[in-house]
Design a protein around this ligand. Structure first.
Ligand code: BGC
Length: 750
């Protein structure tokens, strides 16, 4: 404790002195005559783009002094933090900064959050950028291309803003529907989440910007995130949370991985030999670097030796563990020199590999906000899930005389989630002064008004807004309307979990009262994740719009009016009650972050629909559910096996009257083998079809989805036997087509 305290001022003083020296060197270099400055610059063989990233990193590392190496492994925050002033070299109010080695032509790293776009740390003068809809909304598109396009768009804005590292690529599974960060992630299924997040990462990295897979691993609730110990066995973990991370790595090769705040089976994630050295680097062969989450480092020697490569924003930690303390640990042999070299090598390798060195970033690049708004809108509208549509109330018909829009500030904007991922809208928030003003606030609404977008599409109607605060008054206003649109919201944010799955602020009562006064009530949900719907029987239609992003109002209106046929499918089970969850009550006490506790993930790999299947529970809405304004039929399900891989084929036909997109889903259910749950999602496709049109679809199943992990041999094992393949509209489709396939026993890695 004391030694830690004593090191801190020393580290700050030393770092400040070094920064001063570094800037003096730069000044001197520019002041010297050109030939003298050139003489000081060494040969730079690592700048040869024809060499591969490993070679370039090796060469650059060889040219480095010990001081320069140490600079790469300790990051700085981009804002003032507590008593510490921000490093002036960082981009203002950014997430982080790592000084480069200008002498060697190696640029600094400028880090920004995150998954929805270019975020800004709390300030009155934030960067105003384009926000995608929530990660859960993107996952709900089940559309790989849209996820890629979104990633490419936010990566372009990062580059134009001077950032070359995006802290985006959150793939923590939705184990806990109350998790305050579910909106940043991609749902409950490892295959779906990994596929979508991998596409986002590929899109980001197409801009020569490093993306960051996070938060590694089992950071599945926010309550007590700094102190909780996630307990889960190796087998269960490898077949759930870890499988999602593994698949993301394979499909997108992110330049960095962020280790999480929590402990895993006793060890802090950022000093877990199991997670970082064994699983990530050895078993999966990861070649990039591991950065810590902000404030997730708790040691020098253990963290360095167990696989952490870079301490992020050291100001968040108790001390600068990778500053003077690491320098000394290397000098006295507690951390081998080879380990420090490998830490730096990994960082440099990712920089070369992703193009960060060859394509330097600069602030002030042009951003095409109109085009980016369309990317966001397309993502939002394809992610909207039509949960219920009784009597075909939707799409809204021309000729309505009176439409009443109620609640959730739908007159001016759409809600955003809170925390480090918050992207500040161009022009500022549509609503100010509500909710927490400081972390994880402020509560922001993107200024894309659903009301205005609805008015624009109903020129002959009276479209009026009621704030919904007085439920009885709202019901009176709605009673004689041709259709009522109640907007309901649930703000969630980083560091806090939802206290329950019920909508807050008496909105359930509001919806029930309005729906009683006028049964032609459509509920539009703007929530972070699953919520309960006690009024479901009374409302005619429900549209899950999530946090809809920069163009959310427009996207909602386009779906309501049928300009866009809804095609989102739930990436998470919506429970009928909290008592159905593996943990009916959340572990930990949000008001007391001092008492360490453990969360026993006793459901293991049986997350979401797998848990509901296993326990025979009926959810409110199942995973994979989503309606359309048309219908789709499936036929011809057939299987074949090639090179040990199961291939499935079938035909989808649009049997309705309008064009639409469908998401046929394949699940596999073992008939004899014992899995964590009765079935697993094994694949899907998203297809757009005109009325009457058919398409052949073919899906190859990842063999791990047919296997069980064996810890002893670190391999996957498929048991010989019969497996039922289901072709379904959701995880609870009673009319799913099915065939049986016989699989031979097989053992394989990784
Ligand atoms: C979050 C990370 C984020 C980092 C930097 C942390 O609190 O957990 O997801 O990237 O802050 O803002």
């Amino acid at each position: 404790m004391n030694s830690e305290l004593n090191l801190r001022p020393l580290a700050i003083a030393l770092a400040a002195a070094l920064t001063a020296i570094a800037s003096t060197v730069v000044v001197l270099a520019t002041a010297l005559p050109a030939h003298a400055a050139e003489a000081a610059v060494p040969e730079r063989p690592w700048m040869d783009v024809k060499l591969d990233a490993d070679r370039r990193a090796t060469l650059a590392l060889q040219a480095m002094t010990q001081r320069e190496k140490l600079d790469w492994v300790m990051g700085w925050f981009g804002s003032d933090f507590r008593d510490k002033k921000r490093n002036p070299a960082a981009l203002p109010f950014s997430a982080g900064y790592i000084p480069g080695t200008p002498r060697l032509g190696l640029p600094a790293l400028f880090e920004t959050d995150a998954g929805l776009g270019v975020a800004t740390q709390a300030t009155k003068t934030p960067r105003e950028r384009t926000s995608l809809p929530s990660g859960l909304a993107t996952a709900a598109t089940w559309d790989r291309k849209l996820a890629y396009n979104g990633g490419a768009m936010i990566g372009a804005e990062a580059r134009a803003s001077g950032f070359n590292v995006m802290l985006a690529g959150g793939v923590n599974l939705l184990r806990e529907p109350r998790n305050g960060r579910n909106f940043e992630y991609a749902g409950e299924d490892p295959l779906l989440a990994a596929t979508m997040v991998a596409q986002q990462i590929k899109g980001i990295q197409s801009n020569h910007v490093i993306a960051t897979m996070k938060h590694f691993a089992v950071n599945d609730q926010e309550t007590g995130r700094f102190i909780l110990d996630s307990r889960i066995g190796d087998v269960e973990n490898r077949m759930s949370d870890l499988l999602a991370f593994q698949m993301v790595l394979e499909q997108s090769d992110p330049g960095s991985v962020m280790c999480a705040y929590n402990r895993l089976n006793g060890a802090y994630a950022c000093e877990s030999d199991y997670l970082l050295n064994q699983v990530l680097k050895k078993d999966w062969g990861y070649k990039g670097y591991v950065m810590s989450d902000w404030g997730a480092v708790h040691s020098t020697v253990a963290a360095a030796n167990n696989g952490l490569d870079q301490e992020s924003a050291w100001e968040f930690d108790k001390t600068a563990y990778f500053g003077v303390a690491l320098e000394e640990a290397v000098a006295n042999g507690h951390v081998p020199q080879a380990r420090l070299d490998n830490m730096v090598f990994r960082i440099l390798r990712s920089m070369f590999d992703k193009g960060v060195v060859d394509h330097p970033v600069a602030e002030g690049g042009a951003i095409d906000f109109a085009a980016h708004g369309v990317v966001s809108r397309t993502d939002a509208e394809d992610g909207m899930v039509l949960l219920k549509n009784a009597g075909g109330l939707l799409p809204l018909k021309a000729g309505a005389k009176k439409i009443v829009v109620i609640g959730a500030h739908a007159d001016v904007g759409v809600l955003a989630g809170g925390g480090s991922s918050l992207v500040y809208p161009v022009g500022g928030s549509a609503v100010t002064g509500i909710g927490p003003a400081s972390w994880p606030g402020p509560v922001v609404y993107h200024p894309s008004s659903p009301l205005k977008a609805i008015q624009a599409r109903a020129p002959g109607a009276s479209v009026v807004y009621h704030d919904g605060v007085d439920a009885a008054a709202a019901a009176r206003a709605a009673a004689d309307a041709d259709v009522v649109l109640v907007f309901a919201q649930q703000w969630t944010g980083e560091s806090v979990d939802a206290v329950s799955l019920s909508l807050p602020d008496n909105q359930d009562a509001l919806i029930a009262t309005v729906a009683k006064a006028n049964p032609k009530t459509v509920v539009v949900l703007e929530t972070g994740g699953p919520v309960l719907m006690p009024w479901l029987g009374q409302s005619a239609a429900v549209l899950q719009a999530w946090y809809a992003g920069t163009s959310g109002g427009e996207a909602i209106a386009r779906v309501l009016f049928g300009e866009v046929n809804p095609s989102g499918r739930l990436p998470a089970t919506f429970p009928a009650a909290e008592s159905q969850l593996p943990r009916p009550v959340l572990d930990g006490d949000p008001k007391d972050e001092s008492k360490r506790f453990a969360v026993d993930y006793r459901e293991g790999a049986a997350i979401g629909y797998k848990w509901f299947d296993l326990k025979g529970l009926k959810p409110l809405f199942p995973f994979g559910h989503g309606l359309s304004y048309t219908q789709f039929a499936y036929s011809g399900l057939a299987a074949s096996q090639k090179d040990g891989k199961l291939q499935l084929r079938f035909k989808v036909t649009n049997t309705g009257a309008v064009k639409g997109k469908d998401v046929p889903q394949l699940y596999v259910a073992p008939q004899g083998a014992k899995w964590e749950a009765p079935k697993r999602l094994a694949g899907w496709d998203k297809v757009e079809l005109a009325p009457g049109e058919s398409r052949e679809v073919s899906v190859t199943v990842d063999p791990r989805l047919l296997a069980v992990y064996d810890s002893g041999s670190k391999s996957w094992r498929i048991a010989k036997g019969s497996y039922k393949v289901l072709l379904a509209h959701s995880a609870a489709d009673a009319n799913a087509a099915s065939i049986n396939v016989a699989l031979e026993a097989r053992t394989f890695k990784p």
